[in-house]
Write a protein that binds this ligand. Structure first.
Ligand code: FAD
Length: 496
């Protein structure tokens, strides 16, 4: 299944009426596109930048129920997410790792307390597809993570959760949605709504690559803009009051040797009461995250100086290392689309989702997390049938296998010139890759793994993109300049 942008764009511009037009191509929008197309609805999706370029490529890479929500008593939230974890494991077989997470314990009461929680987690998970929680002795912890034991740990719990490549899964969702008949176009923004008698009848869109504007006519328009959904609501109703309280989370990326032993680490309580993860991922280790309320929504969120200091300090304290800023290979930030609640503590806001419609008929999907994308899609498509006058038989996607494409892990871009050329060509012709960022941030994950290496690769990638897309030298120079500027924000010395 090939994702070919010119073909998709031509289909999008045919003057037919869509049953649904989805705005936003992250986990939420792509999941809905798949669910709607599988249910026989004529489905279009437009994404203003690239698929998963928002929060959906900036996660901690966990497919999880959320161990820490158990402490908050949110059993149904955890139980629902664990069911979805199972489904993702089966439907994206080979692309979700059953991974070990170690929680070091210093006191007997903590051993008991976390042990109870993790046993409950296993119980809620039900199925035996995943490994069970086990206690690891001090000796074994010393062997796996020598520095931890020195800091007085009596042992550790080791539980199982999923680990994945978020941008890769998003592309898998896109492929499967297209296979089911959906039309998806990236680099195409919703600028305004078309209305008749106060009801939304379509979307005024702009192809951001050519500047061309056109109108899509649709029976229902869905707002799947994640943290940016309030901004889209304001295009519909300028008086719209914010429903989200976005919060920023950052990750620092280090070389793999900071965490030996092959497991991930969970630090159950940081200074601000959050959990902190260190997760081996595509040959590096991600450490994060933070929870910083934000008022201004930058499409390219930037790590704050104090967030970097916080994560670095905790990584050093718990890993027993002396990591310095120079050791950071990349810093990336994402915005959580949290549903509004108590304004003072975003760590306590709900991760569950909700669906509603505005007076003019705009359907809004808010909240959720990557792991529950399918459930969010199912609920949204259910909402269309109940409240939006669309008649169709909803598909059952619980066992629908995703078209994941390539099985090789897409971490760093290929270093070999020939392999790089083949990879860029495939990305352009089959994965709607347009820019250097599309290639080095999401078709491969170089920007997230090593920002300097990404900057160094940019001229070669630009040349190949120009060759395969028929672009001139001016395009190439501008592309390299804008990518270099972007990648500067993934380097720790360019913080805000
Ligand atoms: C730091 C962090 C760590 C996380 N870790 C995990 C984790 O480990 N596991 C997990 O399950 N969940 C995790 N989450 C949550 C999860 O990543 C998000 O809930 C999910 O990715 C949100 O997807 P989305 O599609 O709603 O939003 P997004 O991915 O942000 O997608 C919204 C899209 O809308 C587009 N858009 C906006 N305006 C327009 C417009 N006018 N026209 C067209 N397109 C537009 C944007 O470009 C964007 O691509 C994490 C979140 C954060 C911030």
């Amino acid at each position: 299944m090939k994702l070919h942008r010119p073909t998709m764009l031509a289909r999008l511009r045919e003057p037919e009426q869509w049953d649904v037009c989805i705005i936003g191509g992250g986990a939420t929008g792509l999941g809905i596109a798949l669910e709607a197309a599988a249910s026989g609805l004529r489905t279009a999706l437009i994404e203003g930048r690239d698929f998963a370029s928002g929060t959906s490529s900036r996660s901690t890479k966990l497919v999880h129920g959320g161990v820490r929500y158990l402490e908050q008593g949110k059993m149904s939230l955890v139980s629902e997410a664990l069911k979805e974890r199972d489904r993702m494991m089966a439907n994206a077989a080979g692309h979700i790792d059953d991974y070990g997470f170690i929680i070091p314990v210093k006191r007997r009461w903590a051993q008991f307390y976390y042990g109870m929680g993790l046993r409950l987690y296993d119980l809620l998970a039900g199925s035996h597809r995943w490994g069970r929680t086990e206690w690891i002795s001090r000796k074994e912890v010393t062997r796996r993570l020598p520095h931890l034991a020195e800091a007085g740990f009596i042992g550790a719990w080791r539980y199982r959760d999923g680990r994945f490549n978020d941008a890769e899964l998003a592309l898998g969702l896109a492929r499967t949605a297209v296979q089911q008949g959906a039309t998806l176009v990236n680099h195409c923004r919703a600028e305004a709504f078309a209305k008749k008698n106060g009801r939304i009848t379509g979307v005024q869109a702009q192809d951001t690559l050519t500047g061309e504007a056109f109108t899509l006519s649709a029976k229902v328009v869905i707002n799947a803009c994640g943290p940016y959904s309030d901004a889209l609501c304001r295009l519909d109703d300028p008086a719209h009051e914010s429903q989200l309280r976005p919060s920023q989370g950052i990750h620092l990326v280090f070389d793999a040797d900071i965490l030996k032993g092959g497991d991930a680490l969970l630090i159950p309580k940081t200074d601000d009461g959050r959990v902190l993860f260190a997760v081996p991922w595509l040959g590096k280790v991600l450490v994060g995250t933070t929870d910083t309320p934000v008022d201004h929504l930058d499409p390219e969120p930037k790590a704050l100086e104090e967030e970097i200091a916080f994560v670095l300090d905790h990584a050093n304290r718990f890993l027993g290392l002396q990591l310095r800023r120079e050791d950071i290979r990349s810093v990336f930030a994402g915005l959580r689309p949290l549903i509004q609640g108590r304004r003072d503590n975003t760590a306590k806001l709900s991760r569950s989702h909700e669906v509603d419609a505005s007076a003019s008929g705009l359907v809004n999907v808010r909240g959720g997390k990557w792991t529950t994308y399918r459930k969010m899609a199912e609920d949204t498509v259910g909402f269309l049938r109940k409240h939006c006058g669309l008649e169709f038989n909803p598909a059952d996607t619980t066992n629908l296998a995703l078209k994941m494409g390539d099985t090789s892990p897409r971490g760093m871009h290929p270093a070999d010139t020939k392999e790089l050329a083949t990879a860029v060509q495939k990305a352009v012709e089959e994965e709607m890759c347009i820019t250097i960022e599309d290639f080095l941030a999401r078709r491969y994950r170089t920007l997230f793994l090593d920002a300097k290496a990404a900057q160094q690769a940019a001229p070669d990638v630009a040349q190949l993109l120009a060759d395969f897309q028929g672009k001139d030298d001016q395009w190439k120079a501008a592309a390299v300049e804008s990518f270099t500027e972007l990648a500067n924000h993934y380097l720790p010395n360019h913080t805000h």
